[in-house]
Design a protein. Structure first.
Length: 184
């Protein structure tokens, strides 16, 4: 009998959003704003924006976010707490962070060129203290200290807000545009 303890779940959904509109609007907001310093190392973070700007996407975020959250057996429906734009260009990245005071966080990829920076999740357990790297012949969900998710355009990822994560360095010569959010 196998028993899974303290399961960490991440969910991805392929959407059919108008990426041209979302990219154009994101770049327009960047041109009219100054970046907010959060976890970003370089790049642009819009800070909180009005979700009505991305009304159709915001509706899908809430829809899939509430379905995802039912797995946690919580009694309430979630609401969109905040939403913002990230634009990372060559050599930009985001430091490791969590999203305090939220329940579910996520990201939607508007523009995701190859090698533009994976979404990297950190295992909360210090596995590398017990399992030496040179003794592991293949990494999996049982022995990994980190797990990389390559960005995919028009994909929405949802995850618990308490899971530490970061964004790898953009090694492409194109901008990586994502829209991130918190639900609570």
């Amino acid at each position: 009998m196998e028993i899974n303890l303290f399961k960490i779940i991440l969910e991805g959904h392929k959407l059919k959003q108008n990426l041209s509109f979302l990219k154009e609007k994101s770049l327009e907001i960047e041109n009219k704003s100054t970046t907010v310093s959060k976890s970003n190392l370089g790049g642009f973070n819009s800070g909180n924006i009005d979700p009505i700007i991305f009304e159709e996407l915001s509706k899908e975020i809430l829809h899939y976010g509430n379905i995802f959250f039912k797995k946690f057996n919580f009694k309430e429906e979630l609401s969109l707490d905040n939403i913002w734009i990230n634009i990372n260009r060559y050599k930009d990245s985001n430091l490791s962070h969590t999203h305090p005071f939220s329940k579910i966080s996520g990201v939607f990829y508007v523009n995701a060129p190859k090698n533009s920076g994976d979404l990297i999740f950190k295992n909360p357990y210090k596995i590398d203290t017990y399992l030496l790297k040179d003794k592991i012949y293949s990494y999996n969900e049982y022995n990994s200290q980190e797990w990389n998710i390559p960005p995919q355009e028009n994909v929405l990822y949802l995850f618990p807000s308490w899971i530490e994560h970061r964004v790898g360095i953009n090694l492409s010569n194109k901008e990586r545009i994502s829209i991130s959010f918190n639900l609570s």
